[in-house]
Design a protein around this ligand. Structure first.
Ligand code: NIG
Ligand code: FE
Length: 416
């Protein structure tokens, strides 16, 4: 298949973009892209490629932008129920962590998820995944963390594997048994930490190859935060996971600076995420590492807070910056990558080009898939978007409506 006559073909070629190099879109004016089966075989100027591939079926992009599909590298998109009542409580003055400390927050969703059948969780989640896909997300990382027992966490992974198999959205699963101290272990965080290290991870390591033989190992993530897991507990969980061969992620500095970002850099985690209260020292550690800093601007927005990830400092320190939705029922029920992009332009002062690179090639790096996803280059998977606009800067500039017209996933075409 050949798509031609793109006003701007955004290739994002050349790999993940560090620091001030962020924002190189690799634009080909009047561009074209050719793929065979699931793989891109050529990108270039329209007339040249039409000449070189005369037998390929052709599709006219109609003078619109063609770009890689968005990669959403941080979501909690699988859950049951909703927390609209807590949203109202927050508007009346209760804080997110106060609600959680009183047994609500993450625990409300844990109760709803534990008591739902696998079929019901799959059904509720499927709706969100189609929304994400229609807004241009072709691959999403999705975390467990609303089970918090061995059996219920595995059930969430089972649901994710079933949804990935169904497609078309490609799912990269993460085990987040360390999302909160399970209610059964209230007041005994070290006992729950032991359970994760000694039981959950061991069971998962055995379970995974039987249930997901064609998938890479899932990520292991920890919510390192006052009221969740301390730095020491996070270190124990992540070090154990690393020794067992799991790739790592961390939730750090959403509300408090505990040093989680430096821990991520030290343990060579794929990413450190949230990073609102991150110290200069932690930013410097990230800048020296290959750990991707994932900003989640929907979260402060969703909580009505004024402080966002210090993106400029991260870029100044030569860090790798990505953007994600954090799609979850508590802080940020946002299914579209176009919205965090618009927030990042305003509150993190990224240009549209920087935000696009952070949401594609760098987002792919945050889930260790930059070899296969996030750019339009020969050899990469044919995951691309045709927008309804002719200038990429409409992304970021506009918000609240969908600028994606067609989604192409593994070479299959889905009109929106
Ligand atoms: O990334 N901070 C922890 N986890 C989510 C929120 C999950 C929830 O509230 O259900 C986050 O913001
Ligand atoms: Fe999160």
């Amino acid at each position: 298949m050949l798509i031609h006559s793109a006003s701007q073909l955004l290739t994002l070629s050349g790999g993940p973009q560090r620091g001030r190099a962020l924002g190189n879109l690799g634009i080909i004016p009047n561009g074209a892209v050719v793929w065979q089966d699931e793989q891109i075989v050529a990108v270039g100027e329209s007339e040249a490629l039409r000449h070189a591939f005369p037998d390929e079926p052709q599709m006219d992009a109609g003078g619109k932008v063609v770009m890689p599909g968005f990669v959403d590298p941080h979501t909690h998109a699988i859950w049951a129920g909703d927390r609209s009542a807590e949203f109202e409580m927050r508007l009346q003055g209760k804080s997110y962590m106060e609600i959680m400390a009183a047994g609500g927050g993450i625990f409300s969703t844990v109760r709803a998820t534990r008591t739902s059948s696998l079929e019901s969780i799959v059904r509720q989640t499927r709706v969100r995944l189609w929304n994400m896909f229609n807004y241009g997300t072709t691959t999403a990382e999705i975390k467990t963390g609303y089970g918090l027992s061995t059996a219920t966490e595995l059930r969430m992974l089972q649901a994710l594997l079933a949804l990935d198999k169904e497609g078309p959205l490609e799912i990269v699963p993460t085990f987040l048994g360390a999302h909160a101290i399970a209610p059964e272990y209230e007041g005994q965080p070290d006992v729950y930490t032991d359970l994760i290290c000694n039981t959950m991870l061991t069971v998962l390591q055995q379970w995974w190859p039987h249930n997901a033989p064609y998938h890479a190992m899932p990520f292991v993530d920890v919510f390192c935060e006052t009221g969740a897991f301390t730095l020491e507990q996070s270190r124990r969980i992540l070090t154990t996971a690393r020794e067992m061969g799991f790739p790592l992620k961390i939730h750090a500095d959403e509300f408090d600076n505990l040093g989680g970002a430096s821990l991520a850099a030290e343990l060579e985690a794929a990413s450190a995420d949230h990073l609102v209260k991150t110290s200069a020292e932690d930013i410097a550690a990230l800048g020296r590492s290959d750990t991707v800093a994932v900003a989640l601007p929907c979260t402060p927005f969703g909580l009505g807070e004024a402080e966002y990830t210090p993106a400029q400092a991260i870029l100044e320190a030569d860090g790798l910056l990505a953007i994600a939705t954090d799609c979850n029922p508590g802080t940020a029920w946002c299914e579209s990558m176009q919205f965090p992009l618009a927030l990042a332009c305003r509150y993190m002062r990224l240009t549209p080009a920087q935000a696009i690179a952070a949401a594609t090639i760098n987002a792919a790096a945050a889930i260790q898939r930059a070899d296969r996803l996030g750019s339009l280059e020969p050899g990469k998977q044919a995951d691309l978007l045709i927008l309804s606009v002719d200038d990429y800067r409409h992304l970021g500039y506009r918000f609240g409506s969908n600028l994606v017209q067609t989604v192409i996933k593994k070479g299959h075409i889905y009109p929106v």
